[in-house]
Ligand binder design. Structure first.
Ligand code: CMC
Length: 428
């Protein structure tokens, strides 16, 4: 017999179905509660609300577990590649050799963007943040591929939008950076694999040979895997929400890029480096900055610390911390902010404020240090996150469409004025 939960409101009892996930996560299904009782649930920030069922990513924040389609993040980061993980997330299974080859080749075929995209890029001043440029260029694909405006078209059409998204994202990202520099853009070199191709578009200068150091492209590939999906976070929920109105995949993902930009979400990786640099400039007085983070009258927060769902540790942060040591050693880079970051982490993890609130380093705490060592400029950090998160957004958009989910439309509790009479302007 299926389980139910009982809810009593004003002496009347309502029986609510209980939904159990494949990892025994339990949810009370309140979808019919309003029809039965006139009552809605209230949960600002969706702190305890499951907005969907999903078979893509499993996350257990209490035990620091993260799995894509059942495979542990630790194993994928060690043994897989970003393109393979993208295939896994989007299509549900690890690809066979031929499937992977086709996916990779299809992506390579579509890395070029329409020449007119350059005209759009030219319209941005070089002061434009690359995230804003990226979101705009991504959304501009609706103009170049108007057939994508119909998300219900045949699956081959959806496949092409997926391939184009994966293929053009690094081109848009590198071009957004070139715009900030005021430099001419580079075209994709399809002899190269995903990360090396991106790095060449980012860093090659006219008439100068460029080849990405394999240590750098391998480190980038690992970082992208770690960012590839994270179930119903702010940007992913945005992608699903926008897509639920049957907006195109390009506009849905563009909305996700904008949501990711904020400093409490993906923008935190940029803020962490700014914070660590400020601590170094300020003489390295870590205790002072810890005190600022704890002071409720000070808006400062320890960036790269805390997470809505991880209340033990963020498994991605563990992998990244080790990767930061490895990458810096391999590249022979000594970065004083790595030492500051480690000291800061050490002090915070022993401080009762952080212990009581279960605040641990998150994925963004050490990722910026690696990006810095790889030569990626700070304003591009969140763009790197977006490149990594793209397959997750695609997978979640595709799942939402395939499950025929209804349009997202939360309720509210109105707290404004009751009905009142209009006052003529002469009497106000
Ligand atoms: N520094 C100082 N205090 C903090 C921090 C922090 N980084 N994070 C949370 N707290 C405190 C907060 O003030 C509150 O204290 P109190 O109970 O006394 O009012 C308590 O911890 C709970 O915080 P919250 O803001 O209610 O928690 P949340 O789940 O709404 O927010 C968060 C999660 C990630 C937005 C928040 O921890 C934060 O602002 N962290 C810094 C920004 C950051 O690193 N963001 C990246 C997140 S990981 C990448 C991603 O997936 O987006």
């Amino acid at each position: 017999m299926s389980k139910t939960a009982e809810l009593s409101i004003d002496g009347k009892t309502y029986s609510l179905p209980i939904y159990t996930g494949s990892e025994n996560e339990v949810a009370i299904d309140i979808s019919k509660l309003r029809d039965q009782s006139g009552v809605v649930t209230l949960d600002p920030g969706y702190k305890n609300t499951g907005a969907t069922t999903s078979a893509i990513t499993y996350l257990d924040g209490d035990n620091g577990i993260l799995r894509y389609r059942g495979y542990s993040i630790e194993e994928l980061a060690e043994k897989s590649t970003f393109i393979e993980v993208a295939y896994l997330l989007i299509f549900g299974e690890l690809p066979g050799k031929d499937q992977l080859q086709r996916f990779r080749d299809d992506i390579k075929t579509h890395t070029l963007v329409h020449e007119d995209v350059k005209k759009i890029l030219d319209g941005f001043p070089s002061t434009a943040h690359p995230m804003g440029v990226l979101a705009s260029l991504f959304c501009s694909q609706t103009a170049f591929y108007p057939e994508s405006l119909d998300p219900n078209r045949a699956s081959e059409g959806v496949y092409m939008s997926i391939i184009r998204s994966m293929a053009k994202m690094p081109t848009f990202a590198a071009w957004a950076y070139k715009n900030a520099l005021g430099h001419p853009v580079n075209y994709p070199d399809n002899q190269l694999e995903y990360c090396a191709r991106f790095l060449k578009m980012m860093f090659a200068l006219p008439a100068e040979p460029y080849a990405a150091d394999p240590v750098i492209s391998d480190a980038m590939d690992k970082l992208l895997i770690l960012h590839a999906d994270h179930e119903q976070n702010c940007s992913t929920s945005t992608v699903r929400m926008v897509g639920s109105s049957q907006a195109s995949i390009y506009s849905s993902i563009s909305a996700g890029i904008n949501a990711l930009w904020g400093p409490l979400h993906g923008g935190a990786n940029q803020e962490v480096i700014i914070m660590l640099e400020n601590i170094v400039k300020d003489g390295g007085n870590i205790d002072k900055w810890i005190a600022k983070a704890k002071d409720k009258n000070d808006p400062f927060r320890l960036m790269g610390f805390g997470h809505r769902v991880y209340k033990n540790f963020d498994p991605r942060a563990k992998i990244i911390k080790k990767a930061a040591d490895d990458v810096l050693a391999k590249l022979g880079v000594k970065d004083p902010i790595l030492d500051v970051a480690k000291k800061l982490e050490d002090i915070a993890l022993r401080d009762s404020y952080f212990i009581e609130r279960k605040l641990y380093p998150n994925v963004d705490f050490y990722s910026g240090i690696i990006y810095r060592a790889l030569g990626i400029p700070v304003e591009m950090f969140t763009v790197m996150f977006a490149i990594g998160r793209l397959p997750g957004w695609i997978a979640q958009w595709k799942e939402m469409r395939e499950n025929k989910e209804p349009i997202g439309r939360p309720r509210q509790i109105y707290t404004g004025q009751k009905e009142r009479k209009y006052i003529d302007i002469s009497k106000r």
